[in-house]
Design a protein around this ligand. Structure first.
Ligand code: NAP
Length: 306
């Protein structure tokens, strides 16, 4: 793979930014990558582990002369960061982000994008429950989807270039409208995370009653829940606050189905349960056939799809 951008700036240096950096280096996608994080501790760690070619002490310094700036901070912080960097953006540059919610980011960031700068939101559907500058690895995006969410008037050439970057990072790339993105992610990621958080909370309450049995006999399904529920609290707080409508819509439907299954159990309606589980099994088969997971019984796997 050859160079796509001369200079890339990563703002926020956590799991996603550090994985992007290692993957950019792996494929030689940029001549120089600068980085900035708000805390000195994160910047120090980044310097120590060789994350980015140059770590800057201000966000403005990091974006100066950059052809691509990627905002890799929690969704709720995107607007403030965009405002901070706006005066230092180079004309013709592209600003993108990796936020898990798109409509809210577009609303918060767009007003700060200067004339002559492209804004192309994006969301890599890859992650782990780990966070921080030391959690990244070059393979994170391999064979995962990255959704580009161009806004009105997005320059097709700038979109194509960003697409090349994500392809070079190992991803399969698709384009999607912001509202559709937020609904799809509410179904595939946001609501499941909330359910995992809840289930682990319930089990924790139960543990007080049954001593350590919940952990000791933690079977595959529950272990997966605990891994998901270990995800970064700031990131997930922001996801729910900013994808409110779609998440509430899906949770409403979820609650209805849960009540229906609860009733089937109470009334001993085995046919209903069997039919339901047969349908969900076919969905799982479809995911495997589409190459988005393997059949291996690896419930402790590290790679999820936020
Ligand atoms: P992370 O590992 O927790 O890192 C977050 C970074 O953002 C840190 O460098 C942190 O700076 C900075 N930050 C936090 N709050 C900030 C604020 N209020 N203002 C400015 N900077 C702030 O996060 P991540 O997992 O890389 O996630 C980054 C973005 O990617 C989020 O928008 C998330 O929705 C999205 N995303 C995450 C995943 C995932 O699985 N983790 C997957 C896809 C997309 P300090 O270190 O200095 O505190």
């Amino acid at each position: 793979m050859s160079q796509v951008y001369d200079r890339v700036a990563l703002i926020g240096l956590g799991l996603i930014a550090s994985s992007m950096f290692w993957a950019i280096k792996r494929a030689g996608l940029a001549a120089e990558v600068t980085g900035y994080a708000r805390s000195e501790a994160t910047r120090d760690t980044a310097r120590k582990i060789g994350l980015c070619d140059r770590i800057c002490d201000t966000a403005q310094e990091a974006v100066e002369g950059a052809d691509l700036v990627v905002l890799c901070v929690p969704v709720g912080a995107m607007g403030a960061v965009a405002q901070e960097i706006a005066p230092a953006l180079k004309s013709g540059a592209t600003v993108s982000d990796v936020g898990s919610v798109k409509r809210h980011v577009i609303q918060d960031v767009s007003p700060h994008i200067p004339q002559g700068v492209h804004f192309i939101p994006a969301h890599p559907l890859a992650g782990t429950e780990h966070s921080g500058p030391e959690s990244g690895f070059a393979e994170l995006f391999d064979n995962r989807w990255c959704l580009l969410v161009p806004v009105e008037g997005s320059d097709p050439e700038a979109v194509a270039r960003l697409r090349s970057l994500w392809t070079g990072l190992g991803s399969n790339v698709d384009e999607m409208d912001a509202d559709h993105h937020d609904l799809v992610l509410a179904v595939t990621s946001h609501a499941p995370h909330l359910i995992a958080y809840t289930m682990v909370g319930v089990a924790d309450d139960l543990r007080r009653v049954t001593d350590s049995e919940v952990i000791k006999y933690s079977a595959a399904g529950f272990r997966d829940f605990t891994r998901i529920a270990a995800s970064d609290p700031t990131m997930w707080r922001d996801v729910f606050l900013t994808n409110k409508d779609a998440t509430l819509e899906i949770l409403g439907r979820f609650t209805e189905e849960l009540f229906a299954l609860q009733r089937a159990i109470r009334t001993g309606d085995g046919d209903q349960l069997f039919d339901y589980f047969t349908r969900t099994r076919a969905i799982r088969r479809g995911i495997i056939d589409a190459g988005q997971d393997t059949d291996a019984p690896d419930f402790g796997r590290g790679n999820t799809n936020p």
